[in-house]
Ligand binder design. Structure first.
Ligand code: FES
Ligand SMILES: [Fe+2]
Length: 283
């Protein structure tokens, strides 16, 4: 769970009170601490317990009475946290490059999915499901299901094109590891999705529509952005949540075909990062 200190610093901590396990997210922020709603224990930004009301002011608070925290950093309206092994602040991986949408307006909506985030990400790196899953929406006009894809790796991920007769490269997907997806629909319009892992079976997808439309028209663009996402994701969810196994790291039994090129690139990238992490921190 996240909260902000009085000075605006974002704090990421385990959503479990160190007293008796209640969700701290049900509590409230009080002068630079998060106060548990159950018995009022208070925890500071470093996770240490600083107040135990039922024991009175003079009670020496044991140092083990603390909640785990994670480092956070902010950029372009995103709060990032590191969920990997503990590393010194200076050794944290660089933040994803968001320069492609710098200076653009954006609207945002959250869409909770009951799937592991890896399956959700793969769903948006997959053109070949469009004429089947989205046959009543964005796939309605695709007559030929044959799908040819092309990958162009870059420093932070890859560009993902669909090669179709008579189709220009105006639209393409730019995937930025670990969880950022940009669908470039033109110079002035990007759909973006950030896949936030919640647990093994839940992912929050934050969808943003970046654009340069003049301000008075923003409510209209927002309405369209929200509507189109629900239209698309409502198609996807039942089928993606039926996929087994839930986590693609366990999906060695999947038989990928050439039109799954986006997934192949994603899995390769994922394996590379996992190996680098293991090398940096041998168990
Ligand atoms: S469970 Fe949080 S204060 Fe008791
Ligand atoms: Fe889809």
């Amino acid at each position: 769970m996240f909260w902000r200190t009085d000075s605006g610093e974002a704090v990421c901590m385990t959503d479990r009170c160190a007293h008796r396990g209640a969700a701290l997210s049900l509590g409230r922020v009080r002068s630079d601490t998060i106060e548990c709603r159950f018995h009022g224990f208070r925890f500071g930004a470093d996770g240490r317990c600083v107040r135990v009301p039922p024991e009175g002011e003079d009670w020496p608070i044991p140092s083990q009475l603390r909640v785990d925290t994670r480092p956070t950093r902010e950029s372009a309206g995103y709060v990032w946290t590191w969920r990997g092994p503990e590393v010194a602040t200076g050794e944290l991986p660089p933040l994803p490059d968001l320069s492609r949408v710098r200076g653009m307006y954006f609207g945002e909506t959250r869409y909770p999915w009951n799937v592991h985030y890896t399956r959700a990400i793969e769903n948006v790196l997959d053109y070949s499901h469009l004429p089947f899953v989205h046959r009543k929406s964005i796939g309605a006009f695709i007559r030929d299901p044959v799908t040819r894809v092309r990958i162009e790796p870059h420093e932070h991920g890859f560009l993902f094109f669909q090669d179709r007769k008579g189709k220009s490269d105006r639209q393409y997907v730019d995937f930025v590891y670990p969880n950022l997806w940009f669908n470039r629909l033109g110079n002035r319009y990007f759909m973006a999705a950030t896949f936030v892992p919640i647990d093994e079976s839940h992912t929050d997808v934050y969808v943003r529509w970046y654009h340069r439309v003049p301000r008075p028209f923003h409510p209209l663009v927002d309405l369209w952005g929200r509507f189109s996402q629900y239209l698309v994701f409502d198609d996807d969810l039942p089928i993606v949540s039926s996929q087994q196994p839930e986590n693609v790291d366990d999906a060695d039994g999947d038989h990928l075909v050439p039109s799954d090129g986006g997934l192949v690139a994603y899995r390769r990238l994922r394996r590379r990062h996992q190996q680098e992490l293991r090398r940096a921190r041998p168990r």
